[in-house]
Ligand binder design. Structure first.
Ligand SMILES: [Zn+2]
Length: 158
């Protein structure tokens, strides 16, 4: 099942990063005009997620977020889009929305700092963004996001 395609306005950047971690193709409209946002939602058939009431009225099927709290925003999106995933998937780059792909462990000379190479060598899957080159792996942060998304989906505080 395909994940919903989303368009997040400037005020919900944190939610946009979460949605990308859950595998949703999420464009982040940073610095865009209302006109450009409405046009993108229509032409790319994306669900606009916004805190701006006037902007929400301009895009059919948009989700208006009334709370500044991340968990409330997540629940509002999920209420509107029941297909919204609640598990972390290594599909989308949280930085640029590029597509991630599995990467074989590179040669020692190409191993940048910050990646747990000892665990990669023992079989930890490594993913890389085809656009910006950022690497991803299962770690503390993904565990936390997965836990919180599940708790929120279940109606708990997380
Ligand atoms: Zn990227």
């Amino acid at each position: 099942m395909a994940s919903p395609r989303l368009l997040a306005d400037e005020m919900v950047g944190r939610l946009a990063r979460y949605l990308r971690m859950l595998g949703c193709d999420t464009v982040y409209a940073r610095g865009w005009s209302d006109e450009a946002i409405a046009r993108c939602a229509a032409t790319e058939q994306r669900v606009l997620v916004t805190r701006d009431r006037a902007l929400a009225r301009r895009a059919a099927g948009s989700v208006l977020l009334t709370s500044p709290r991340l968990e409330d925003q997540f629940r509002a999106v999920r209420a509107a889009l029941p297909d919204l995933p609640t598990d972390v998937r290594f599909d989308r780059c949280t930085r640029c929305n590029g597509t991630l792909h599995r990467e074989d462990p590179p040669a020692a000379a190409e191993r940048a700092e910050g990646v747990p190479w000892d665990r990669v060598d023992r079989g930890l899957p490594l993913y890389r963004c085809g656009e910006c080159g950022h690497r991803y792996w299962e770690g503390t942060h993904t565990k936390e996001v997965r836990h919180r998304a599940r708790e929120w989906a279940a109606g708990r505080e997380g």
